[in-house]
Design a protein around this ligand. Sequence first.
Ligand code: 13P
Ligand code: ZN
Length: 269
Amino acid sequence: MKSILENRPALAKEVQKVAEVAGYLWQKGWAERNGGNITINITEFVDDEIKAMKPISGINSIGMVLPHLKGCYFFCKGTNKRMRDLARWPMENGSVIRILDDCASYVIIADNPVQPTSELPSHLGMHNYLIGKGSTYKAAMHTHPIELIAMSHHRPFLKKDVLTKLLWSMIPETKAFCPLGLGIVPYGLPSSLELANATIKVLADYDVVLWEKHGVCAVGQDIMDAFDQVDVLSKSAQIYINARNMGFEPEGMSEEQMHEMTVAFHLPK
Ligand code: 13P
Ligand code: ZN
């Protein structure tokens, strides 16, 4: 059977980036078993031939109405599929879905009838939010970064902006590349609509969202960009934990140094 990627180099390149990032997530130790998920909005690559493709699944409900996604197409990691497998065989461990005209359901159109990730409501909710605000971001990622999850088990870190300020102060680049910081979503049942709705709310004010005792969600221009956001925050978390492991509380950059950074890099707050 012909793959949807055949003779579509631009689309194949985006899926290849997903595969590359899936490999990074596995190497980082952030993707145990089927942990984490990736979706990318591929609507810009859709031609008449793709539009005419017949569904290879029944109609599935998303569980929410997402008005900006009417007729959009996404490549999604499959539920229960491993990142390390997605890295090598993206079209066997993910699939392309079409959002139907009711904006509340989808069908799978290619290459294989792989059921999309169980976190689809959060992912599609994020894409719907991005399109709604006129963003050109096309990628959404959820992953399980060890240090950031560990920090989310400490109640004082979950207070508004405590973690953001701590992580920013570990190394100057964190604030430069993650200028809105890390928002906190209180613990919610994985794959629930409540978790999805809370995520979209917090994403309005932050670059990356931390799901208490579970993981993070990030968005970006492409999947590399979304990965970088989490990688930068995770690096800061590791520096903090390394310092604590050496037996001291790290000093962190001073208020003045942070302010100097904010001005020099024209950062928002
Ligand atoms: P899926 O295998 O359904 O993508 O779920 C993984 C996960 O991390 C759920 O939060
Ligand atoms: Zn998860």
